[in-house]
Design a protein around this ligand. Structure first.
Ligand code: PLP
Length: 376
């Protein structure tokens, strides 16, 4: 059996090696390292794939969130609502911009924003909502958009984990994750579903004015060289990364499909087990399985984690500490009883190896190891 890895990007590279190596050589020979033709080409391919008017490449998914918030004109003191159970990037940039983070609970079955908690958290100071499409499946965007409309709020989708997922509205309209809110962001970190060979990110919007602001902010607030109209940042996708992404984008749907097949294998192996809850798939969103995350309900999650490590099966706890309990983000206005979902999940979740190179033998070995431990 091949060595099991949490993430294995070698297989993908081997399949696109000739294209990537040729474009790298071309870039190295042309010295167009920044803003070369590959960046424009990838941007345009991505706009087509997502069916969105503007994709603005940038340096990483965290910058993408920060730049989106800057372009929306959010000001210190504005409250921005995001989820308590996610990677820290969203709350981090809210803090950096001196906005006020308001963390809300998630649903234990989908890991995504709890709509009732969202409603309770809105105050006259609320200016934006940042749903995170966690582990590869969209939050309840229809409900979130309705609430945003009612209270005149911006919706910024953190789509770092669900690029390629489709969201279906109740009237049958289908949109790509990341293109549903006023603005969407993503990350091309190597282990993401569409990953480059370094850091990368992008911002999406259908709004021409907003796109113009975003394009300025990523480039030091310049529209004309050395004329700075607004305060910006330096956040660029480089040509080498754009070349990798351009080569990979045509395969994104097949990557997502392979992940889904692996997830189906796992979920089938674990179905009906009394101590395991497999990922729930929402009615309104496809799931692209950035992570395959189980809930272990008999308080033996930590033991299972160690058991699997001993068997050389990598696995991870995403996420071990709720954001409201992190040293950097603690705040006396948070109340434990508002975070029953997250507080439960941090003790139950375990993510199994998930990538495009898992074979049946490995999936079977991993599943059997989980079952053997839980049936002991
Ligand atoms: C990875 C990730 C980010 C940050 O992306 P970087 O490119 O690493 O800055 C933001 N939000 C979520 C949910 C992520 O998973």
């Amino acid at each position: 059996m091949k060595k099991i890895q949490m993430v294995d990007l070698q297989g993908q590279y081997q399949k696109i090696k000739d294209v990537v190596n040729t474009s790298f050589e071309e870039i190295l020979n042309s010295s167009a390292y920044i803003n070369g033709p590959y960046v424009k080409e990838f941007q345009s391919d991505l706009e087509k794939y997502l069916n969105v008017k503007h994709a603005i490449p940038c340096a990483n998914g965290t910058d993408a969130l920060q730049i989106a918030m800057m372009a929306l004109g959010l000001k210190p003191g504005d409250e921005v609502i995001t989820v308590d159970f996610t990677f820290a990037a969203s709350v981090e940039v809210i803090g950096l911009l001196r906005l006020t983070p308001v963390l809300v609970d998630v649903e234990v079955d989908t890991f995504n924003m709890n709509i009732e908690a969202l409603k309770r958290s809105i105050t006259p100071k609320t200016k934006a909502i940042v749903p995170v499409h966690l582990f590869g499946q969209c939050a309840n965007m229809e409900a979130i958009l309705e609430i945003a409309k009612e209270h005149d709020l911006f919706v910024i989708e953190d789509n770092a984990q669900a690029i390629g997922a489709n969201y279906t509205f109740s009237d049958g309209t289908v949109k790509k994750a990341g293109t549903i809110g006023h603005v969407g962001t993503t990350s091309f970190f190597p282990s993401k579903n569409l990953g480059c060979y370094g850091d990368g990110g992008a911002i999406f919007t259908d709004n021409d004015n907003l796109a113009h602001k975003l394009r300025g902010i990523v480039n030091h607030g310049m529209y004309k060289r050395y004329y700075h109209d607004v305060v910006g940042v330096n956040s660029r996708l480089d040509s080498l990364q754009a070349a990798v992404l351009k080569a990979k984008l045509p395969y994104l749907d097949s990557y997502c499909n392979t992940r889904k097949k692996a997830a189906e294998f796992y979920s089938n192996a674990f179905k009906d087990h009394p101590n395991i809850i497999t990922p729930k798939i929402s009615k309104f969103s496809t799931h692209v399985f950035h992570q395959y995350t189980l809930r272990i309900t008999n308080q033996r999650r930590d033991e299972l984690h160690k058991y699997l490590i001993d068997k050389n099966i990598p696995n991870a706890i995403y996420y071990p500490v709720p954001l409201h309990a992190q040293k950097a983000y603690k705040n006396s206005r948070y109340n434990e009883k508002d975070f029953t979902g997250t507080n439960q999940l941090v003790n139950e979740v375990i993510s199994l190896p998930m990538h495009t190179e898992l074979d049946a033998e490995q999936l079977n070995f991993i599943s059997q190891a989980v079952l053997t431990f839980l049936n002991k």
